[in-house]
Ligand binder design. Structure first.
Ligand SMILES: Cc1cc2nc3c(=O)[nH]c(=O)nc-3n(C[C@H](O)[C@H](O)[C@H](O)COP(=O)(O)O)c2cc1C
Length: 331
């Protein structure tokens, strides 16, 4: 599948130029180096790391340090930090910046209890003053742009995306991403485009719209309805990294690129999982590949059986065997 050449403009985020198409969302346990690279190769305008614990970095946790890795082929790339204490966030940001990401992003949207329980992630939507102090501490600590990813609010009765975005801007953030759902909604209901539009009207920094973009048409609809500067795609890229190519093409000249043929999809899945195994070794790589394989095979004939088989993949040999069967049964 060819990635179209575009004539689209670039958005400037604190001096980092990002093509005016769609960026890949940060996704813990999903958006690792292999997945980010596949998405970049399909035209994702930028990528973000999985969220990394500020305390984990400060206390020398090996896994956290690994999550900070940035490779040149992924750029522009942001590293995302979560935490609730300005000092730790600043110290972690200095260590993260030493790995030379293009941007540091601050997570103010994660709804997982392990994260909100320490006052981080979406819990910061309940304390916008603290959110502002964290942004300021990180901005003062590093010399690269700092962005902030927020939600619509903690709950529908306490919607405050505009206040949170303004606090981020006033404290030096270079852009803000809005996942237009509240923490209480988790991933249910629909992302509220009006929230993104309101934030866009309220701040002067670039606004990145996020939530439910699952097609090129939905990407354009989010741009049109909100006036946002960029859009971010998460779940719809899982098992469909070519969505970035489709979005780019549609925004460039209105061309609708169809889904790749099954054979091509399977080739893409194989190169993705081979890269994952190269990065992490076969034992861990194949464990992590299981969910990706199930996403790629969703909707195929006999998908229920494939899903079960994906759950037991342990080697690249298992993968090639499964792919052979899928090709035979889905001509
Ligand atoms: C598996 C998974 C992991 C996620 N991890 C993160 C994360 O580490 N940091 C973050 O800010 N958001 C995280 N998110 C939220 C996404 O970045 C995004 O805001 C959300 O999925 C809505 O966008 P979408 O409708 O395009 O998926 C995660 C979402 C999913 C599904």
């Amino acid at each position: 599948m060819n990635v179209p050449k575009s004539n689209l403009e670039f958005i400037d985020i604190g001096g980092v130029k990002i093509e005016h198409t769609a960026v890949l969302a940060p996704m813990a346990s999903v958006a690792d180096h292999a997945f980010r690279l596949i998405c970049r190769n399909f035209g994702a305008a930028a990528v973000t790391s999985e969220m990394v614990s500020a305390k984990g970095i400060c206390y020398g946790d090996k896994k956290s340090a690994e999550l900070l890795a940035v490779t040149d082929t992924e750029r522009p790339m942001a590293v995302q930090l979560f935490g609730s204490e300005p000092d730790f966030m600043a110290k972690a940001a200095i260590q993260a910046a030493a790995r030379r990401p293009d941007i540091i992003d601050i997570n103010c949207g994660c709804p997982v209890p392990k994260v909100t329980g320490i006052g981080a992630g979406s819990a910061l939507m309940k304390d916008v003053e603290l959110l502002g102090r964290i942004v300021k501490a990180v901005v003062n600590a590093v010399d690269i742009p700092v962005t902030v990813k927020i939600r619509r609010g903690w709950s529908l009765s306490s919607e405050n995306a505009v206040e949170a975005a303004q606090a981020a801007e006033q404290n030096g953030a270079a852009a803000v991403t809005v996942h237009a759902r509240t923490k209480e909604q988790l991933y249910s209901g629909k992302a509220d485009l009006e929230t993104i539009a309101k934030v866009k009207r309220a701040v002067n920094i670039p606004v990145i719209g996020n939530g439910d973009v699952d097609s090129a048409e939905a990407a354009k609809a989010m741009y049109d309805a909100t006036g946002c500067d960029l859009i971010m795609v998460g779940r719809a890229a899982c098992g469909r990294p070519w969505i970035f190519s489709q979005i780019k093409s549609y925004l460039t000249d209105g061309t609708v690129i169809p889904e790749p043929e099954t054979n091509e999809q399977l080739d893409i899945m194989i190169s993705h999982i081979e890269l994952l195994v190269k990065d992490k070794g076969e034992y861990i790589g194949m464990k992590e590949a299981r969910k990706h394989a199930a996403w790629y095979l969703k909707g195929k004939k006999n998908a229920t059986e494939y899903r079960r088989m994906c759950g037991t993949l342990s080697s690249l040999g298992d993968l090639y065997g499964l792919v052979k069967r899928v090709r035979e049964e889905n001509p």
